[in-house]
Ligand binder design. Structure first.
Ligand SMILES: [Zn+2]
Length: 257
């Protein structure tokens, strides 16, 4: 942890930041484990609990290479306030989404493969053909302005305007932005969005007639399937899965647990 505190006192003021970045780093590695990696593209951020801006994954690392000291603190104008490393060009995704959405503390941008395919289907509305699609209170809309980098505050604002009250937005022929109040919600939104995109695209490929639940049932499912205890369980499960994936438990190391 020494690196995180190198620029003290502006960096970590207390364990809240340290704990948050620990979890956020693990969320990056979970997303790699779930197949959402794309070289060194893809990044998540956390709102600084001390109102100094936000903590953004540093550039030039793949999702699986992110650990708790791989974040830089930037303010809402993109100025680097602390930390080591290169700032992602698409930092405005994070500043503008967190500025617009006080209900989010975490934001993620990835090029998850099925989500990217769906981002090209700009006339399609994402439907809850499986449980995962019920996560979204509003189907993530399509931002059509550009398929290029979201590298200015204006473009970041344009994406958040299209996102509206949804938990996500597709960037045409490029990728997705999702957010959440907690790191758990951000992670689940990313995983569920990818699965919902896969389900819808595979159904379309099948050519078989398909349906989805009505609005009342979707609303009910959101409450029965995704209460806080289920979100906590999912997060705990993903942490155990990551530990197994990284060889920390479940291997024959002779450790008694
Ligand atoms: Zn991108």
């Amino acid at each position: 942890m020494e690196k995180l505190f190198r620029n003290a006192p502006i960096m970590a003021k207390n364990d809240e930041v340290r704990r948050g970045l620990w979890d956020l780093a693990r969320a990056h590695r979970m997303l790699d484990m779930e197949g959402q990696n794309d070289f060194a593209w893809g990044h998540a951020s956390m709102r600084d609990p001390w109102d100094r801006g936000l903590w953004l994954k540093r550039a030039n690392l793949g999702l699986e290479e992110v650990f708790e000291d791989d974040f830089i603190l930037i303010d809402f104008d993109g100025n680097v306030m602390g930390g080591d490393g290169v700032r992602h060009l698409e930092w405005p995704i994070h500043t503008e989404t967190l500025r617009a959405r006080s209900d989010f503390n975490f934001v993620l941008h990835t090029h998850a493969p099925w989500s990217v395919l769906f981002s090209a289907c700009t006339g399609e509305i994402l439907r809850p053909y499986s449980n995962e699609g019920c996560w979204f209170t509003v189907p993530p809309p399509h931002y059509m302005g550009t398929s290029d980098l979201i590298d200015t505050p204006e473009l970041g604002r344009a994406c958040t305007e299209i996102m509206g009250k949804s938990e996500g937005v597709f960037i045409r022929n490029h990728g997705v932005i999702v957010g959440g109040r907690t790191v758990k919600d951000m992670l689940l939104a990313a995983i569920f969005l990818e699965k919902a995109c896969r389900v819808q695209l595979q159904l379309a490929m099948s050519g078989i007639k398909h349906t989805y639940p009505d609005a009342a049932e979707i609303d009910k499912k959101r409450k029965t399937i995704f209460p806080q205890r289920a979100r906590d369980n999912c997060w705990d499960y993903m942490n155990r899965k990551l530990d197994r994936h990284e060889g920390k438990v479940g291997t024959d190391k002779g450790e008694f647990r």
